[in-house]
Structure formats: C-alpha cells, structure tokens
Design a protein around this ligand. Structure first.
Ligand code: HPA
Length: 275
C-alpha cells in the first residue's frame, strides 16, 4: 500500500506543487461543485495510478484540482463504494494519498436515507458521529504506527471546529442545517424496515453505504473531518413507497444547488478563521 501511495503522490505532485488544503468528496448527483473552481486541472480517475474507478450512477469519476477563493482544493467527482466490490484498502486509497501528501482536511458529502422521522428529502444534515455497521474496518492489517496505527482514537471523529464553520456558513446563507449520526450499511441492497427500526433504536439519524471507511482512515492519518449528508429519501418502511437508486439521483439533483452553496460558504469560513 505504501508504495502505491507514493506513486499516487508522485503523479499528483507533478501537476501541482503543494498538497491541497482539503480533499472534498462529492456524493451521488453532487458533482457540480467542482465546476466552480478556478485554475482547474481535471483528471479522470483511470489516469491516476491505483486510483479506484467509480461504477455507481451519478458518480462522474474525475478528480478536479483547483482553487476556491484562493484556497487549493482537490475535489473528487464521485467515489467508490464497498458494494462495488472494492476492498477496503482500495476504497481508502484517495484518503491515504492526500493524507500522506499533507492535506489536512477531509470534507465528505453523501446521499442518505432519513432514519429520523423528522427528516424529509432535501434536508441537509451535518454529521456529528457515525456507527460503522459495515462489519469491516479499513485499518485491519499490520500495525505500522507511522502509517496505519492500530488503535486510533475516534472520540471526535468529526472535527468540532469544522462543524462550527459549516454551521456559521449555513447561518449566513440561511440554509437550514440539521445535525445527526450516520449509520453505514455495506449495501448494495437497501435496508429492510426492520433494519431501519434497529438503526433508529441505535441512535442513527441517517443511513448510507459510504463515507465511514474514508472517515476512519482520515482520522487515523490525523486529518480533520467534516461531513454533510443530503437526505434523498425516507428510509425503508417510513412510507409505503419502494426505494430506488433513480429516486436518490433525482432528489440529489434537486438539492445540489443548496449543498454547493453551503460548501462554498464552508470553505470561505475555513479560510477566514484559519481552522
Ligand atoms: N439507504 C442507504 N443508502 C442510501 C439511502 C438509503 O435509504 N438513500 C441514499 N443512500
């Protein structure tokens, strides 16, 4: 893994000299944020050594290097998921590359089902914590303290300072932003109503099939993490309607303008307050 990461860093550092301040991951249907960057360099995932290529609908599969109001960012238009058949190691490769290169912030966005019955499609939820219900951990493997530490603390997995920046940005833009706990299932089947009732009992507010492995890896590498979910649907069993991937893409398309504005405001706050 270490050698592969070194190759990834060599490839990217030939394009831009310094590591970007943040790695941003755009979930299903949210790719448009990258269009607003200045001085863009667009790289198809397939061109980057060892980079996993997304096969899920709504995931463009491009890395965009550029800047937003002078802040250098790396934006992933699309991610890969465990349910696509990738190993955990492959899944967290992008986080490993940027974390090792020196990028300090990991900002994730994703589409979720609303488990908390007070949530509706279109709501944005700032994650305060997660439940890893995937049954696997991305750090499983040899204990290499300077590289893959065995027992990293996860008490404040989601940076309070970054969460405050997101809340300030949302307040200034009058974008309602709720808070919640994400539970990750491995997918690709949607959950059953009984699983959703269990998730609610366990304290989850939203459910998805991504994000948690990368957040664990980013924390282990000392990156500060922030994550915002967009509710695409009521989780299984809340209404009588069947769930579908098409519905997720459609709802994310509707909410993407709001989330893109929030991301822009978030990074303005981050650079203003030097978080
Ligand atoms: N469950 C899991 N993942 C999801 C959902 C859901 O209901 N909606 C969007 N991603």
């Amino acid at each position: 893994m270490q050698n592969k990461v070194t190759e990834g860093i060599s490839f990217l550092s030939a394009l831009v000299k310094n590591p970007p301040a943040a790695l941003v991951v755009l979930g299903s249907g949210l790719g448009s944020f990258a269009d607003s960057l200045e001085n863009k360099i667009v790289i198809p995932y397939g061109d980057i050594p060892h980079w996993p290529v997304s096969t899920a609908p709504g995931h463009a599969g491009r890395l965009v290097l550029g800047s937003l109001d002078g802040m250098p960012l790396a934006v992933m238009q699309g991610r890969v998921h465990y349910y696509e058949g990738y190993s955990m190691e492959e899944l967290i490769y992008p986080v490993r590359v940027f974390g090792q290169w020196g990028t300090k912030i990991y900002m994730a966005t994703n589409a979720v089902g609303g488990v908390d019955q007070a949530l509706s499609p279109g709501d944005l939820v700032l994650l305060t914590d997660h439940i890893n219900f995937m049954g696997v951990n991305p750090l499983r493997g040899p204990d290499t303290p300077d590289w893959n530490p065995r027992f990293p603390d996860m008490t404040t997995c989601y940076s309070e300072a970054l969460a405050e920046a997101a809340e300030r940005a949302a307040g200034e833009l009058s974008i309602p932003l709720k808070k919640g706990v994400y539970i990750a299932f491995s997918g690709p089947s949607f959950e059953t109503p009984a699983e959703i009732r269990m998730a609610r009992t366990l304290g989850a507010s939203v459910v998805g099939m991504s994000t948690v492995p990368e957040v664990i890896a980013a924390n282990a590498m000392g990156m500060k993490v922030c994550a915002v979910s967009c509710v695409a649907n009521y989780a299984a069993g809340i209404t009588c309607d069947p769930l579908s991937g098409d519905e997720v893409i459609r709802e994310m398309g509707k909410a993407s303008g709001k989330l893109v504005s929030l991301l822009r405001g978030f990074f303005r706050e981050v650079s203003r307050t030097n978080v």
